[in-house]
Design a protein around this ligand. Structure first.
Ligand code: GDD
Length: 405
């Protein structure tokens, strides 16, 4: 991949946020070589470097009642050497959609023979294992809570158990397998540029049409990103004293982290998880927080935002879904401990003025789940192996339950 080097970097405490970077070539050949005259403007990331990172990466696919063809397409786009982790919250009654997903993945793997792990988010055995290690933050009664953020966290835990160095997240409702392929390449290019072991790569889409029965529709989803980015940027400005528009990927649902960073971050519930991975990074490593981790203090945390060449085309789930996503995304910023009262007032005034919330109502405060770094992973694995009946591994991903025949 040939990609421009970041032209501008915003520094926020230990966090270094790079401006959006443009991809020039999706495939730039086998090895990484840049002609001398271009050294200061582009980076060339060859297949050798890409492949090395892919072998050390897990891609978590979150799915809830998506069409099997979409899940199949998404998996086909993930480079072969990455471990695929499917975390499903699909309904099991009256039709067992998870069983159908397992059949699909098994069939897929007959042809491609790769490493895949699957689990159902509402498996009581999963909840039992998490309770055993004291991670009740994610639980609701006998189960892991519903929500995309909870699914992502389960995926992160499985990636850690599989001893991966990088973990990426992609949605299952993507119509373009080639776009998914590109996201993973974009993740790799970001990681290959990082000098710190604590890094995050977020996808910025050039086009975001959605598909409806009559064709393409440029959905209002853009508005959610607009608000989330605006408030995250204002949050940075309120601390630095300088206006900024550095954050362009606040609502990106596709991002990846080095495991060293992922396990230091808290996650949040539902769709607020996408902005929260960025927000929590600002909370944890920004100027107002003492950073105890010496390596983080010295090496910093690097965030890359990479603009895709493929359009992002996903399922349009309607206005109510978008309104909920907007409110939870804004809510998580509104309730942040680094959000000033002045910014909260601006947010409320703007949301009331645009009809998104009523006077006297405050945005929701989605639950958060503390960082996973100090969990007892050995015990967690033992309990998962014994109790999680929906946990399935294919290929040589690990030693847990084998795929059903
Ligand atoms: N495991 C799991 N558990 N997955 C879930 C759950 C859940 O409870 N809820 C939703 N998902 C899956 C969906 O099946 C889909 O693959 C993905 O998570 C995204 O969830 P949606 O709630 O459908 O969001 P969206 O597609 O409208 O929005 C997404 O894409 C936007 C841009 O394309 C989100 O990722 C946004 O943050 C993003 O901006």
């Amino acid at each position: 991949m040939k990609i421009e080097i970041p032209r501008y970097i915003e520094v926020f405490g230990a966090a270094q946020i790079n401006e959006v970077q443009r991809v020039y070539e999706l495939d730039s050949g086998v090895t990484s070589e840049v002609p001398a005259e271009n050294v200061g403007t582009v980076r060339d990331i060859g297949k050798d470097v890409m492949n090395d990172i892919e072998q050390r990466m897990a891609i978590v696919v979150s799915t809830k009642n998506e069409k099997l063809r979409l899940l199949d397409g998404v998996m086909s786009g993930i480079p072969h050497d990455c471990l695929i982790i499917v975390v499903s919250n699909s309904t099991r009654k009256p039709i067992d959609r998870y069983k159908n997903e397992m059949e699909l993945v098994k069939q897929f793997n007959k042809f491609v023979q790769r490493k895949v792990i699957m689990i159902h988010q509402r498996d009581p055995g999963l909840a039992k294992a998490l309770r055993e290690v004291g991670y009740t933050d994610i639980l609701q009664g006998r189960y892991v809570r519903n929500g995309k953020g909870e699914g992502a966290l389960v995926g992160l835990v499985l990636a850690k158990l599989a001893k991966k160095d990088y973990v990426g997240f992609v949605d299952a409702d993507n119509f373009i397998p080639g776009a998914v392929h590109e996201y993973v390449k974009n993740f790799n290019s970001g990681f290959s540029m990082a000098s710190s072991p604590y890094s995050m790569v977020r996808i910025s889409w050039l086009y975001k049409p959605t598909v409806i029965e009559t064709g393409f529709y440029f959905s209002r989803w853009g508005r959610i990103n607009e608000y989330t980015n605006k408030y995250l940027n204002r949050l940075i400005s309120s601390h630095s004293g300088f206006g900024t528009e550095i954050i362009k990927t606040g609502n990106s649902g596709e991002y990846a982290m080095s495991m060293k960073l992922a396990e230091l971050l808290a996650f949040s519930s539902g769709s607020s998880v996408d902005p929260y991975t960025m927000l929590n990074l600002l909370e944890a490593f920004g100027p107002s927080n003492p950073i105890n981790n010496k390596e983080v203090r010295e090496k910093g945390v690097q965030i890359y935002q990479i603009e895709t060449r493929n359009p992002h085309i996903h399922v349009d789930k309607g206005d109510e879904h978008l309104a909920n996503m907007l409110l939870s995304s804004i809510g998580i910023i509104y309730h942040s401990r680094i959000c000033s009262d002045a910014l909260r007032k601006v947010m409320i005034d703007e949301l009331i003025a645009s009809g998104l919330i009523k006077k006297g109502v405050t945005p929701p405060n989605p639950p958060t789940m503390r960082p996973t770094k100090n969990l007892n992973f050995k015990t967690l694995q033992e309990f998962l192996e014994i109790n999680a009946k929906t946990l399935v591994t294919m290929g040589e991903a690990s030693t847990q339950n084998q795929a059903p025949s």
